[in-house]
Design a protein around this ligand. Structure first.
Ligand SMILES: C[S@@+](CC[C@H](N)C(=O)[O-])C[C@H]1O[C@@H](n2cnc3c(N)ncnc32)[C@H](O)[C@@H]1O
Length: 284
C-alpha cells in the first residue's frame, strides 16, 4: 500500500533541498512524472485501530514540504515505471546493474546485481556513486577490514564492501522496509554482507570495532552522529560521509572532534562526500 505526494512542476528540484526534505520526511522513492516530482510513501496496512482515518493522514503528511497534493497509488505501477528507466551504472571497477538489464564489463570490473524495490540505493544518485567510488578506490584495500554501512537502504554499499574483500560488512538501517530488500540483494550476489534494522542514534557500535564506516545520510545526522563515528572507528580507520548537500559541508566539518581528521572532499553535482581518518587521539 502506498501514497504519493505530487509536487507539480518541481522535478528540477529532486536533487536539491526539496528532494532532501522529502527523503527526510521518510519517502521511499522519488519519481519523475513529466514536470512533476512525485514522492512515494509506503503506508503500513491499516488495522482496525485506524478504521475511518483517511489514509493520507497516516503518511507523514505533517513532515512534507508544502505545495503538493496527496494521491493514492498502486505501488507496483511505480516500482515498474521506476525500473523501466534504470540502466547499469559503472563506478570505477564496480558496475551496478538492475536485474532486468544486461551489463557489459571491461577487464577488472565486477558486476553487482541489484533489485532496489522501494529502498534507496541503485547507484544512480550522486551520493551513492560518491560512496561507491570511495569504497572502490584502487588505493583502498578493504581486504580483512570490518566495514559498517550506516543507513544501508538497498544494501548496495555493504555488498560492494564484501565483494571487495571486507572481512565483515554490516549494514544498519532504521527503516524496516529495507531489511528484506537488502538481504535479497545480498543473496542475489552471493554476498556475506549482513543487515540489521537499527537506529544508529540509539545503538552505536562498540568502541574501535569498525575499520571503514560509510554513511549516506543528511548533514544534520552526520553532525549528530560524529562522536559516535569517532568512537566506533579503530585508530587509522576511515569514514566516508555523504548525503551532504552543498552549503552544508561546513557544518559537518565544524563538528569534527580531535579524533577525526578530514583527508579529502569530493563533490558531484550538489552533493559532497567527506573522507575522514580516525587519529590515535581519544575520541571521547
Ligand atoms: C540516502 S539513503 C542511503 C541508502 C544507501 N546506503 C545508498 O547510499 O544509496 C539513507 C538511508 O539511511 C537510513 N537512515 C536514516 N536515519 C537513520 C538512522 N538514524 N539510523 C540508521 N539508518 C538511518 C534511511 O532509512 C535510508 O535508508
Amino acid at each position: 500500500m502506498a501514497r504519493a505526494y505530487r509536487l507539480p512542476g518541481r522535478v528540477a528540484e529532486a536533487e536539491g533541498a526539496l528532494g532532501a526534505a522529502l527523503w527526510d520526511a521518510g519517502c521511499d522513492a522519488l519519481l519523475e512524472d513529466g514536470d512533476d516530482l512525485v514522492a512515494v510513501f509506503a503506508v503500513p496496512a491499516l488495522g482496525s485501530a485506524h478504521a475511518g482515518v483517511p489514509d493520507h493522514t497516516l503518511a507523514a503528511s505533517s513532515a512534507v514540504p508544502p505545495g503538493g497534493e496527496w494521491e493514492a497509488v498502486d505501488e507496483r505501477d511505480h516500482v515498474a515505471a521506476y525500473f523501466e528507466g534504470l540502466d547499469a551504472v559503472a563506478v570505477g571497477r564496480v558496475v551496478v546493474a538492475p536485474t532486468h538489464r544486461q551489463a557489459l564489463l571491461t577487464a577488472g570490473q565486477t558486476v553487482l546485481w541489484l533489485d532496489p524495490g522501494m529502498a534507496f540505493g541503485t547507484g544512480h544518485h550522486e551520493t551513492t556513486r560518491l560512496a561507491l567510488a570511495a569504497l572502490a578506490d584502487p588505493h583502498l584495500d578493504l581486504r580483512g577490514k570490518r566495514v559498517l554501512d550506516v543507513g544501508s537502504g538497498s544494501g548496495l554499499l555493504a555488498i560492494v564492501a564484501d565483494r571487495l574483500g571486507a572481512a565483515e560488512a554490516l549494514g544498519v538501517d532504521v527503516d524496516p522496509i529495507t531489511l528484506p530488500i537488502a538481504r535479497a540483494n545480498a543473496d542475489l550476489n552471493r554476498s556475506r554482507a549482513r543487515f540489521e534494522v537499527s537506529d544508529f542514534a540509539a545503538t552505536a557500535p562498540p568502541p574501535g570495532s569498525v575499520d571503514v564506516l560509510v554513511a549516506n545520510l543528511f548533514a544534520e545526522l552526520h553532525v549528530a552522529f560524529m562522536d559516535a563515528y569517532a568512537r566506533a572507528l579503530a585508530p587509522g580507520g576511515l569514514a566516508f560521509l555523504t548525503g551532504i548537500l552543498a552549503g552544508k559541508e561546513g557544518s559537518v566539518e565544524a563538528a569534527l572532534p580531535a579524533a577525526l581528521r578530514l583527508v579529502r572532499r569530493e563533490r558531484e553535482g550538489e552533493w559532497w562526500l567527506l573522507s575522514l581518518e580516525r587519529t590515535g587521539d581519544d575520541a571521547s
